[in-house]
Design a binder for this molecule. Structure first.
Ligand code: COA
Length: 371
C-alpha cells in the first residue's frame, strides 16, 4: 500500500508578542497590590504574602524568552490579566477558526494542490472554542472543502494524533487528502496570576496536509506514526459544561491549566524516549541516524534530555529544533512550528522525527523521510 505523505504545512502567528520582562512586570504589580491590600491579614499570618516572579527564572527554568498572543492589552493589565477577545456573532467566523483558516491557506499554497482533493478536516487542538458545531466543520465550510470534518483533543499531542488519523484515513481510502489544523489560544486557559505557570504558554495556529503520494510532488513520506496514552492527573484542566451543575459553583482555580511541573518532567521524559526508541526499532530505523528532531516545545531542559537520549550524543546546533524561546509552549502546535520552520535543507532520503507529548499523558511519534 502506498505510504501517506505530509504534503505541506502552514503557520499563523498572532499579532502581539510579550517578553518575559513585560509579563513579570504585570505579575509583580499584581503581587504588590495584593500584598498591600492584605497587609494586615499577612502580618497576622492568616494569609501568605505572594512572591514575585522573575524573568531570569523563567528563561533558566523553561528556555522561554517571549510568546505571541491574540491580545496583549488585557493580559498585561494587572487589573485584568487575561486576554480580551470579544464574542462574535454566529454569522461571523469564530476567532479560533479564523486562525486555523489562515494557517490552512498557507499549507494549501505550499502544497500547490486543490482543496477539492481534500476529503476530511481534523481540528486537533487542546482547547476548542465551543463544544458544537465542531470547529472543524466551520473551518471546512470557510475553506469550501467537501467530505467530513471533526474535532479531536489530545492536549499537546493533538497534532501527531491528527497526523496518524489522517494517514489511516488515506490508507483505508476514506480520503485522498486530509487537512489537520491546530489553532491554539493557550492564553485563554492560562492563569496569569499563578507564579508557577504564568509564563508557560503562547497562542498560534499550524496546519498540516497529509495526502496520498500521487497528489504530492515532493513532501515527506510518513515511515510510521505511533500513539501512546497513560492516565495522569499531573497536567489537568477541569473546565467543562458540568461546572455550572456543581453545587459549589466554579470553586477552585483548577478550571484553568494546572500542573505538577517537576513530576511531569520526571514521568514524561522516559515515556517519550521509550516510545521513540521502540517505534524506531520496530520499523527498522536507527534513531542515531536521524537528521533532525522536531519535538514538542514545553521546556528546553526536557527537550535537551530527550535529544541526547535519542541521538546518543549532544545534539549539534539545529539538530534538535527549539522554537519555544520565541513561541513558548503552544501545545499541539509546537512540534509542527519546529517542523515548518526548520526542514528546508533536507535532501531526498534524509529522515527526521516529529514527536509530541503532554497531558493525558499522551505522546505521538511520526518518522518522516524527504521524498
Ligand atoms: N519566578 C521566580 N521563581 C519561581 C517562579 C517564578 N515565576 N516559579 C517558581 N519559582 C521558584 C519556586 O518557588 C522554587 O523555589 P524554591 O526552590 O526556593 O522552592 C524554584 O523556583 C523552583 O520551582 P520549580 O517549580 O521546581 O521549578 P522547575 O525548575 O521545575 O521549573 C517548570 C518549572 C514548570 C518550568 C518545569 O517544571 C517544567 O517545564 N516542567 C515540565 C512541564 C511540562 O512540560 N508541561 C507540559 C505542559 S503541556
Amino acid at each position: 500500500m502506498p505510504q501517506p505523505v505530509i504534503a505541506a504545512t502552514g503557520l499563523y502567528v498572532p499579532p502581539h508578542a510579550i517578553s518575559n520582562q513585560e509579563l513579570v512586570d504585570t505579575f509583580n504589580a499584581y503581587v504588590e497590590g495584593f500584598n498591600a491590600e492584605n497587609a494586615a491579614a499577612i502580618a497576622k499570618g492568616n494569609i501568605a504574602a505572594l512572591l514575585p516572579s522573575s524573568a531570569e527564572f523563567i528563561e533558566k527554568a523553561s528556555g522561554i524568552k517571549s510568546r505571541y498572543v491574540m491580545d496583549k492589552t488585557g493580559i498585561l493589565d494587572p487589573e485584568i490579566m487575561r486576554p480580551i477577545i470579544p464574542e462574535r456573532p454566529n454569522e461571523q467566523l469564530s476567532v479560533l477558526a479564523e486562525m486555523a483558516v489562515a494557517a490552512a491557506e498557507e499549507a494549501v499554497a505550499n502544497w500547490g494542490g486543490r482543496t477539492s482533493d481534500i476529503g476530511a478536516v481534523i481540528c486537533a487542538a487542546s482547547n476548542m472554542q465551543r463544544p458544537y458545531p465542531a470547529m472543524a466543520v466551520e473551518i471546512q465550510n470557510a475553506l469550501g472543502i467537501s467530505g467530513f470534518a471533526f474535532d479531536m483533543n489530545v492536549a499537546c499531542s493533538s497534532a501527531t494524533f491528527g497526523i496518524k488519523a489522517a494517514a489511516d484515513f488515506i490508507s483505508a481510502g476514506s480520503a485522498k487528502a486530509v487537512l489537520i489544523v491546530n489553532p491554539e489560544i493557550c492564553s485563554g486557559h492560562l492563569n496569569f496570576r499563578d507564579r508557577d505557570s504564568h509564563f508557560i504558554f503562547g497562542d498560534v495556529a499550524t496546519a498540516i496536509i497529509v495526502a496520498a503520494p500521487e497528489l504530492v510532488e515532493a513532501g515527506w513520506t510518513i515511515l510510521g506514526a505511533r500513539l501512546k496514552t497513560q492516565f495522569s492527573n499531573h497536567i489537568r484542566n477541569n473546565f467543562g459544561f458540568l461546572n455550572r451543575a456543581a453545587p459549589e459553583g466554579i470553586g477552585k482555580p483548577d478550571k484553568l491549566f494546572v500542573q505538577e511541573g517537576r513530576k511531569v518532567y520526571r514521568e514524561v521524559v522516559p515515556l517519550v524516549c521509550d516510545l521513540i526508541i521502540a517505534h524506531a526499532r520496530d520499523i527498522g530505523l536507527d534513531p542515531h541516524a536521524l537528521k533532525r528532531l522536531w519535538l514538542h516545545q514545553a521546556n528546553i531542559n526536557m527537550n535537551d534530555m530527550i535529544g541526547r537520549k535519542i541521538l546518543g550524543r549532544d545534539p549539534r546546533p539545529g539538530e534538535n529544533v527549539i522554537i519555544l524561546d520565541k513561541f513558548a509552549n503552544t501545545s499541539s502546535a509546537g512540534s509542527i512550528i519546529a517542523f515548518h520552520t526548520a526542514n528546508g535543507d533536507f535532501a531526498p532520503g534524509e529522515r527526521g522525527l516529529i514527536c509530541s507529548f503532554g497531558a493525558g499523558y499522551s505522546a505521538g511519534t511520526v518518522f518522516v523521510e524527504k521524498r
